[in-house]
Design a protein around this ligand. Structure first.
Ligand code: ROI
Length: 162
């Protein structure tokens, strides 16, 4: 089994519900086990500002699926959430990003792992740190060190009953 980390994001159609549902769909993936879910975080949109705030989170999954099979299962979950790809960096009902696949570096047309944008995104690194504080990102060093370069203003952790 390979430990994997998946980033979740939504800013349309009841984003919290989208993420709660996505967690349970990830838990049902074949040959995989959902290990941990981070808290949900409210974050200001990166990119165009004329869109709603996002809810973001990170999940840890153990899987024996190959990375590209996992990716297509994740895309199937996105489609079930009626994700429509509209404008670049526009709003979305559910975005699932494969952040890390074990300690592997993958660079094929469909998939880059570690996710190339993750180190610049506080809405990815803070929830990741919450569930895996001792993680190393292949080629990029310790998560702890990467976090010192990103502030958490404009990021708000939601308590479970909020
Ligand atoms: N901004 C935030 N805060 N969270 C996201 O998940 C997110 N996803 C995106 C873009 C449009 C880049 N902005 C985002 O794809």
């Amino acid at each position: 089994m390979v430990p994997c980390f998946i980033g979740l994001g939504s800013n349309l159609e009841q984003p919290r519900q989208q993420l709660v549902r996505a967690f349970s769909e990830l838990a049902l993936l074949t040959s995989s086990k959902l290990i941990t879910k981070s808290s949900l975080y409210i974050s200001k949109p990166l990119g165009p500002q004329d869109q709603p705030d996002y809810i973001n989170a990170v999940a840890e999954l153990e899987t024996s699926l190959p990375a590209l099979t996992l990716l297509s299962s994740m895309q199937a979950i996105e489609s079930e959430h009626q994700r429509v790809r509209t404008e670049h960096w526009g709003p979305r009902t559910l975005d699932l990003d494969l952040l890390l696949y074990g300690q592997e570096t993958i660079s094929v047309e469909q998939l880059k792992v570690p996710h190339p944008e993750m180190v610049r995104r506080n809405f990815v690194l803070y929830p990741l740190f919450e569930i895996a504080p001792d993680l190393n990102i292949p080629g990029l060093g310790s998560l702890k060190n990467l976090l010192t370069k990103l502030d958490d203003s404009d990021l708000q952790k939601l308590e479970p009953d909020e």
